[in-house]
Write a protein that binds this ligand. Structure first.
Ligand code: FES
Length: 214
């Protein structure tokens, strides 16, 4: 029942009015409007920050690479026979060579074994094919760039002709216990090509690997 206002009282000659005091209204829920608005503000701010910074963080976050740019396994059945024609490993964008030990027709020394050559031409980046029928300097079988005719030896991708600034680049490889190999691809792993390419061959024996950079 509503409370009736008390009658004014006179105390010591002064008029005293008994004003009713409002009682606090009990809260109906746990979340007040103020908390709700503040929560919405901070949530929106956090979402905006994540939206702006997320793509950059995602780009920089290291992840395991599969395919070109990471380690490429090659099973033994795909490895060329000694002195056989180079084999293309498309997923790694490289040729696999199996060299005979000794001196190449071009005069470079090699211990013999496996060599992985990046197919990217060091001139302007065209993909270099293996051309077994191309005859040059009295021999058949060269890597010959279709763009500006840079020509590389079959015994290590050594540059012998054309505008390329260097020989084909080399990817390091390791021979596994089952004689399969793993080739480390990508620019961060490459060895700059040069006349010493044939000396980077690794024996096709378990535990063997491309000699480290000098
Ligand atoms: S891109 Fe290969 S010779 Fe120019």
């Amino acid at each position: 029942m509503p409370r009736e206002p008390a009658a004014p009282a006179i105390a010591g000659g002064s008029l005293v009015v008994d004003t009713p005091v409002a009682k606090p209204v009990p809260r109906r829920g746990l979340v007040t409007r103020r908390v709700f608005i503040l929560g919405g503000f901070w949530s929106g701010l956090m979402l905006a920050i994540v939206g702006l910074a997320g793509p950059s963080l995602d780009f920089m976050w290291p992840r395991k690479l599969a395919g070109f740019g990471g380690p490429i396994p090659v099973t033994p059945d795909r490895i060329p026979a000694p002195e056989g024609d180079p084999v293309v490993i498309p997923e790694g964008r490289f040729f696999l060579l199996n060299l005979k030990p000794g001196t190449t027709p071009n005069g470079e020394e090699t211990p013999g074994g496996l060599l992985a050559l990046w197919r990217k031409c060091p001139h302007l980046g065209c993909t270099v094919p293996w051309n077994p029928g191309f005859e040059f300097q009295g021999r058949k079988g060269w890597f010959r760039c279709p763009c500006h005719n840079s020509t590389y030896t079959r015994e290590g991708g050594v540059l012998v002709f054309g505008p390329a600034p260097r020989s084909l680049d080399v990817f390091p490889l390791q021979v596994q216990d089952d004689k399969s190999i793993v080739v480390q691809t990508g620019r961060q792993h490459e060895f700059s090509g040069g006349p010493g390419n044939p000396s980077r061959a690794a024996a096709h024996e378990p535990g063997s690997e491309t000699p480290p950079k000098a």
